[in-house]
Design a protein around this ligand. Structure first.
Ligand code: ADP
Ligand code: ADP
Length: 246
C-alpha cells in the first residue's frame, strides 16, 4: 500500500504577455502519477524548470492542482479546504526547502519557531512539554538546548537546515518533501545532512519525496527515481536500474 499516491496531477499557469497583454496557458505539470511507499525515498529529478517544485508543492498541498489529485493512505486531500488541510495533511506531510534562511522568521528564536509549529498541530500537552520536545528534536538533528534562544542569523547554512528539518519533524509527520534541501550546502556539509536524513528516515519510519537536480545525491539516498522533462514524467525505475541504463 502506498502512503502517498499521486494521480494525474496537472498544473497550468496563466501568463499574460508583457507587450500585448494577451493571456496564454503554460502547462507546468502534465499528468504526473507516481506512488510513494512507506519507508521509501522517491527521488524526483529533472532539469531546472521541469516542474519538480510545482509537483512537490501540490503534493504538500501548498498549491492546488489544476486537475488530478494526491492521496494520503488512500484518501485524496488536494481539494480539501484550508481549515481541513490544517487539521489533516499538514501534520502528515511537511516540506523542507532549499534556503533555510527564507523558511524561518528572522525575528523568532529557534525554540519559539519549533514550539509554535507544535502548537498549531496540537502536539504536546503544555508549553513546557513542547519546549522539552523541541530540545529533544534539536538534539536529534545534532544541535542542542543552547540553540533554543538563538535567532536564524546566528547559525551557518548547514546548521540552519538542521533547524528546519527539526521544525518539520516536530509536528510528527509521516512524509517529508525535501525540495533541493541539501543543494545549496557545501559538499562536506551536504554529506552530513544526507546521513542525518537517512538516519531520521530509518529511526522514525519516514517516507521521503526527494526533489533534486543532483544525480550523485540520488544514487546515495533514493529507492525509486522519477524523471521529469517539460512537466512530464518521462521515466521511472528503481535507483539501481536508472544508473545501470546508459
Ligand atoms: P523545477 O522545480 O523543476 O525547477 P518549477 O516547478 O519551479 O520547476 O517550475 C516549472 C515551470 O513552471 C517553470 O517554467 C516555471 O517558470 C513555471 N512556474 C512555476 N511557478 C510559476 C508561477 N507561479 N507562475 C507562472 N509560472 C510558474
Ligand atoms: P555551512 O557551510 O555551514 O552550511 P554557509 O554559511 O556556508 O553554511 O551557508 C550554506 C548555504 O546557505 C549557502 O549556499 C548560502 O547560499 C546560504 N546562506 C548562508 N547565509 C545566508 C543568509 N544570510 N541568507 C540566505 N542564505 C544564506
Amino acid at each position: 500500500e502506498p502512503i502517498v499516491q499521486v494521480n494525474d496531477l496537472c498544473k497550468d499557469y496563466v501568463t499574460r504577455g508583457f507587450t500585448n497583454g494577451a493571456s496564454s496557458v503554460f502547462h507546468a505539470v502534465k499528468n504526473v502519477s507516481f506512488e510513494l511507499y512507506p519507508r521509501q525515498t522517491y527521488a524526483l529529478v529533472g532539469e531546472s524548470g521541469s516542474g519538480k517544485s510545482t509537483t512537490g508543492r501540490m503534493v504538500c498541498a501548498l498549491e492546488r492542482p489544476t486537475s488530478g489529485s494526491a492521496s494520503f493512505e488512500g484518501r485524496a486531500y488536494t481539494d480539501d479546504s484550508p481549515a481541513l488541510l490544517r487539521k489533516g495533511i499538514r501534520s502528515k506531510i511537511q516540506m523542507v526547502f532549499q534556503d533555510p534562511f527564507s523558511a524561518l522568521n528572522p525575528r523568532k528564536t529557534i525554540g519559539n519557531a519549533l514550539v509554535e509549529a507544535m502548537e498549531i498541530q496540537r502536539i504536546g500537552s503544555s508549553r513546557a512539554d513542547r519546549r522539552d520536545r523541541a530540545v529533544a528534536m534539536l538534539e536529534r538533528v545534532g544541535l542542542s538546548s543552547a540553540h533554543m534562544d538563538r535567532f536564524p542569523h546566528q547559525f551557518s547554512g548547514g546548521q540552519l537546515q538542521r533547524v528546519t528539518i527539526a521544525r518539520a519533524l516536530a509536528v510528527e509527520p509521516r512524509v517529508l518533501i525535501l525540495d533541493e534541501s541539501v543543494s545549496a550546502l557545501d559538499v562536506s556539509v551536504q554529506a552530513q545532512v544526507l546521513n542525518l536524513l537517512q538516519d531520521l528516515k530509518d529511526d522514525l519510519g519516514l517516507s521521503y519525496l526527494f526533489i533534486t537536480h543532483d544525480l550523485s545525491v540520488v544514487r546515495f539516498i533514493a529507492d525509486r527515481v522519477g524523471v521529469l522533462r517539460h512537466g512530464e514524467l518521462v521515466e521511472e525505475d528503481d535507483v539501481a536500474s536508472i544508473f545501470r541504463n546508459p
